[in-house]
Design a binder for this molecule. Structure first.
Ligand code: AMP
Length: 222
């Protein structure tokens, strides 16, 4: 399959071609058509599988198709466990959206909040955030999520390991219930399964493994 067969709009195709992508990766091929149709998704996939483009391209396409009514309101939110992952996802949205006028802002803790507040004040379509800083900025009234259309939880199992499940649930409780939701996790512990069951509506399920998996050591016991 070629990217050109995925029903993506021209500015997005131009961006993926500019990145040198020719064929969609398995997760992109399986997820993009359903996400473009508005379905929820449960993705069992690690970083390195191309999962960022699998959710970023349909989000960008959806936001291009609808007009923003109020520049202060965010339309898509991606939650990620670490600042490194959040930065990487934010950069991917900028790369895939470079021929659109959509604006992505990335926020995370451990740095001065004022430059991030400044960016939010100027208006953004997509927010990529770590949970703690987002809760801070929601509390201060700078992250307006009441018109949100799409939510992505990325690396949900790592969020669980890092103790973020409570803040994540707190954030989700403040979002409109009518939205498209995607949850990605490399593993599916029971807490993540029950979180997925509570926030996803009739999701399609995609399971992929990275093309090249290197295993350094396996501890086996009998
Ligand atoms: P991700 O799993 O989203 O972190 O992506 C892993 C890497 O694969 C990134 O460096 C992407 O730029 C690259 N990538 C994603 N999709 C494709 C594709 N269809 N063809 C070639 N490279 C890709």
């Amino acid at each position: 399959m070629k990217f050109d067969d995925l029903q993506l709009i021209e500015p997005l195709l131009r961006a993926v071609h500019a990145e040198g992508y020719d064929e969609p990766s398995p997760i992109q091929e399986q997820a993009i058509p359903h996400l473009l149709a508005g379905r929820d998704l449960l993705g069992c996939a690690q970083t390195g599988t191309g999962k960022t483009a699998a959710f970023a391209l349909p989000i960008l396409q959806r936001l291009m198709a609808t007009k923003k009514t109020n520049p202060a309101h965010l339309r898509a939110l991606v939650l990620a466990p670490t600042r490194e992952l959040a930065s990487q996802i934010g950069e991917s949205f900028r790369v895939y959206g470079k021929f659109t006028n959509l604006v992505t802002v990335t926020i995370f803790g451990g740095v001065n909040q004022y430059p991030q507040i400044d960016q939010l004040r100027r208006g953004a379509d997509i927010l990529v955030a770590t949970p703690g800083r987002l809760i801070d900025l929601m509390g201060q009234g700078y992250a307006k999520l009441n018109q949100l259309e799409v939510l992505v939880l990325d690396e949900a199992d790592r969020m669980l390991d890092m103790g973020f499940i409570k803040p994540v649930k707190h954030i989700i409780a403040a979002l409109p219930s009518r939205r498209q939701t995607m949850l990605f996790s490399a593993t599916m512990p029971s807490e993540i399964e029950s979180l997925a069951a509570s926030i996803l509506n009739d999701p399609i399920e995609v399971v992929v493994t990275p093309a090249a998996t290197t295993v350094d050591a396996i501890a086996q016991t009998v």
